[in-house]
Design a protein around this ligand. Structure first.
Ligand SMILES: [Zn+2]
Length: 81
């Protein structure tokens, strides 16, 4: 279990096990960490918590990632520009 922080909101996150577990989003049972790596269309990748991933639009950009902020323990949103 690696401890890290979300590239978007900065909240502490955990990524369970090896790299394969980064890709369990969508079939997560709640026991496998709290984040995954999201690769953007521009080729950059960002380690993001699930609330941030949920807050991002369908085709997020690095600017969108930069606008992420934590609302509470389970919610993130995009900060108004
Ligand atoms: Zn986040």
């Amino acid at each position: 279990m690696a401890n890290d922080s979300c590239d978007g909101c900065g909240r502490p996150i955990s990524v369970a096990g090896g790299i394969a577990n980064l890709w369990t989003f969508g079939q997560d049972d709640g026991s496998d960490g709290t984040a995954m790596t999201l690769e953007l269309a521009d080729g950059s990748d960002h380690l993001l918590c699930y609330p941030c991933i949920a807050a991002l639009p369908d085709e997020p950009t690095a600017a969108d990632v930069g606008r992420l902020e934590q609302v509470d323990g389970e919610t993130s949103k995009l900060r108004a520009q």
